[in-house]
Design a binder for this molecule. Structure first.
Ligand code: 1PR
Length: 524
């Protein structure tokens, strides 16, 4: 039996699933007394430092947690569960942490994209049973904008490079805490958790740690999901967003099964898009919650879910906030939510009024769950113009001229799955989404979707120049060379594909094999 501290903010289901997969019975802590009685405690902190500490205070967990940490019993903190051990955080000035380890938590100061999202390596600085059986060159999944800065290096367990070297895990007697997520780090992460569960494992320093760690470019499998005309939930795929073939919704498989296959093939992340979410209210569309719950039992890499995340009033006048919808998704196993149509409407309002309200779905979800939990999925389409002066939008000079020889284009944002074009360009849109608190951009392209003709590099470069958060290039992958091209000719942090994986034209393993040695990746 192992106790798990869930203070109700975010995805702890993945940690529970991972521990259960390793044969443990997990008991969720629901009082200070439960913490005191625990024999082994896992604390997967999620959300933001301020809201975490507030909830811990409100639930009267702080004294019990401090007492537990000082008791000598085994403790594993993950992500914010590491940051909580420090005295303070720049994320929430004035809010005290648990102060078990002297030092503070600082925001990344680097030219690189922040949040630091993805698979990075570790350099182990002291022997630990956590790494028993590890080679040292494994990569683990990180997702954070802040990192711990201990006052001394006495308790530093691992360091990682991202612009500079930062502390990515600590070990102090019975206390081990990692910035990375073992429960989201595939088989390498499960091995670490297994070590934590067995206190008899020998302490080691792995032999093959890199001298400098590198963040891998991520390969993401995307599953567009909707009900077909028979009412079955299927993975579908469009050609430039048209998912019907001879009148029927294309059926490329079952969501949970396909996600399982992609995990085994080495996908770094899996994204589900409920593509009719804009018209069906997701909390009434329980199959998507089931999909997440069942997928997260067997898939130990990050899961993103999108579709229909917005405020909603049902036919009886009951109001639901986007935050409630997102919360339900997080509880069901999602690590990130992606917002599409609603984000466009929010940004239009910001452009119109020149003000932010703090109340939009982007702002609210980012505040409670952290910026890294909010992905913006944008569905732009090219609009060609003869000259940049003819429109007020951000235009680019394009190497693929329009039908009448136009040398310029802008990228028009659309909503409702590409059905409605808006007077907003993707560059302005993504820049404002970042200001509102989005943590990542999923950059689709309707012109390229399903064409197998390669990513729209001009679009990706234009958006990359406008934002400092990570960008996932999407739409158009037709072969493994297209992944090299997007990583060499743009600075996108990740590349996403759907059709080639669903149709088994190229597997994720083959893409990675092809990239090996040319681009930093996490080997499949
Ligand atoms: O607007 O918040 O409800 O979210 C709806 C979500 O559903 C959005 O993220 C939107 O991108 C997505 N969506 C809506 N309609 C479609 C459609 O295809 N008819 N799918 C759709 C978008 C695009 C990609 C696709 C890549 C790669 N799918 O995610 O997976 O283009 O495809 P490829 O590799 O085969 O070229 P809201």
């Amino acid at each position: 039996m192992i106790s798990l501290l869930d203070y109700g903010a975010g995805n702890v289901r993945s940690v529970i699933n991972a521990l259960e997969r390793l044969g443990e019975t997990v008991q969720t802590v629901s009082s200070g007394q439960d913490i005191t009685n625990a024999q082994r405690l896992v604390f997967p902190g999620v959300g933001s430092f301020g809201s975490m500490m507030t909830i811990l205070q409100e639930k009267n967990y702080v004294a019990a947690l401090t007492e537990y940490l000082e008791s000598g019993k085994p403790f594993l903190g993950i992500c914010l569960g590491l940051q909580a051990l420090f005295e303070s955080s720049e994320e929430a000035p004035g809010v005290p942490g648990l102060s078990i380890i002297p030092g503070s938590v600082k925001r990344f100061t680097t030219e690189l994209a922040v949040p630091h999202i993805g698979w990075n390596g570790i350099k182990v600085r002291q022997p630990s049973m956590l790494f028993n059986g590890c080679e040292g060159d494994e990569k683990f999944y990180f997702v954070h904008s802040f990192h711990v800065a201990p006052a001394s290096d006495e308790h530093v367990l691992t360091e990682t490079d991202y612009g500079y070297e930062f502390v990515s895990a600590i070990q102090k007697d019975n206390i081990i805490a990692t910035q990375f997520h073992p429960e989201k780090s595939g088989k390498a992460g499960l091995a670490l958790l297994d070590n934590f569960l067995d206190s008899t494992r020998e302490e080691i320093i792995p032999s093959s740690c890199p001298r400098q760690t590198k963040l891998a470019k991520r390969i993401i499998a995307c599953l567009d999901v909707r009900a077909n005309d028979q009412g079955d939930l299927v993975v579908t795929k469009g050609d430039q967003y048209d998912v019907r073939e001879k009148g029927d919704v294309r059926n490329l498989g079952k969501p949970v099964q396909l996600a399982g296959r992609y995990y085994e093939e080495g996908a770094d992340e899996i994204t589900f898009l409920n593509i009719t979410g804009f018209r069906d209210f997701p909390l009434k569309d329980m199959p998507m919650l089931d999909v997440l719950e069942n997928t997260s039992k067997n898939v130990f890499v990050p899961l993103t879910i999108g579709g229909g995340i917005r405020d909603y009033t049902d036919k009886d006048g009951n109001k639901y906030s986007a935050l409630e919808v997102a919360s339900e998704y997080f509880r069901s196993g999602a690590d990130k939510v992606s917002i599409g149509s609603d984000a466009v409407l929010i940004v239009e309002e910001v452009v119109k009024t020149g003000k932010t309200t703090g109340l939009s779905s982007i702002e609210q979800i980012a505040r409670v769950y952290g910026n890294q939990a909010v992905v913006i999925s944008v569905d732009p389409r090219r609009v060609y113009v003869k000259s940049p002066d003819t429109v007020e939008h951000h235009t680019i000079k394009t190497g693929t001229p329009g039908p009448d020889g136009e040398e310029y284009c802008w990228y028009q944002c659309t909503i409702k799955g590409g059905r409605e074009g808006r007077e907003l360009d993707a560059v302005t849109f993504t820049r404002i989404c970042e200001q509102l608190g989005a943590g990542e951009i999923l950059l689709n392209c309707i012109d390229k979707d399903g064409t197998n003709s390669g990513f729209d590099l001009e679009l990706i470069n234009a958006v990359k120049e406008a934002v400092s958060i990570p960008v996932i290039a999407s739409s158009g992958a037709g072969n493994a060379e297209h992944f090299i091209e997007v990583f060499i000719k743009t600075s996108a942090e990740a590349a996403l594909a759907a059709g080639i994986f669903h149709r088994q034209e190229v597997s994720i393993g083959e893409v990675k094999e092809f990239l090996q040695g040319k681009v930093e990746i996490r080997p499949a």
